[in-house]
Design a protein around this ligand. Sequence first.
Ligand SMILES: Cc1ncc(C[n+]2csc(CCOP(=O)(O)OP(=O)(O)O)c2C)c(N)n1
Ligand SMILES: [Mg+2]
Length: 328
Amino acid sequence: MYEQMVTARRYEQRLQEEYLEGKQPAFDISAGPIPGELHLAAGHEAAAVGVCAHLDDEDTVTAPHRPHHVAIAKGVDLDRMTAEIFGRETGLCKGKGGHMHLFDPDVNFACSGIIAQGCPPAVGAAMAADKRNEDSVAVAYLGEGAVDQGAFLESLNLAAVRELPVVFVVEDNDWAISMPQDRITDVDTIAERADGFDMPGVRVDHDDAIAVYEAARDAVGRARNGNGPTLLDVQVHRRMGHFMGDAEGYRPDEDSERAQRLDAIERLADDLRDRGVDDAELQELRELAEDRVEDAIEWAKAQPEPDPADAHEDVFVDDPAAASGGDD
Ligand SMILES: Cc1ncc(C[n+]2csc(CCOP(=O)(O)OP(=O)(O)O)c2C)c(N)n1
Ligand SMILES: [Mg+2]
């Protein structure tokens, strides 16, 4: 889990550097090697690794617009994911999806920029597993800002009423872009939402990776054993702006400082030291992570750009270029 967390953190530090290249002096979102928006998940890593540690390739995971840490924890191919983020032809979606639309069927991972959109497909995957008598489970990640979406509430209901093997994981970072949580809901914790569906709702405070691991062991085990869904609500911290380029004028300094201070990676490192892991071992894992990230970025940047002539391929069922030539 520590190795995955430091891989995700390092990965995003490097993406950040690459992303900023060529975007100045006026912030030009379409310029540079990574065009478009970029949402980084630094401070969310515990929610990814603590849950995905209980999953294998057959299990399905859907993630939202802030997906890198979850993709890494689920075992998505880092080279092809990076090529996708750089818009290259060998990317997971041939460079047409970008960082919010990573899809890796080898490990049953998908994500979407539409918030709460991953919930219905996760319920669908769980329903398929149930009908095939397979014991795989599905996990839908979403932010606390997405919990008023119909897609989330309807998914909770269907999963509960059919006792489907789903775990809904809410990454509660207190913010939905510039909107603090207490302005979007009157419940104290998102976990309480589970009560309305007669499903267990579990809150994990302090983004402690080991506490997440333990809560997820119960939730995933419950799903795998045919005992239905769970809503897991994990406190995380948004160390970055909502997206790269967000000036965060709406955010109190104390809140940003708190997110920097409460670092789940440092917390896990301390736990590991208490359990007898020495610094040299942790350093070795950090170096492994750095090498892996550097290799993926180097590989991705050497990949070819997609051919513009293929822009409509795999995007539309009926190619609009061909369709526009018709009479009607
Ligand atoms: C259906 C839909 N509405 C609005 C948006 C615009 N949007 C993108 S991210 C976001 C806030 C998400 O907040 P949260 O779910 O808490 O996730 P976080 O960004 O904090 O990880 C919104 C409203 C969207 N992507 N999809
Ligand atoms: Mg949020």
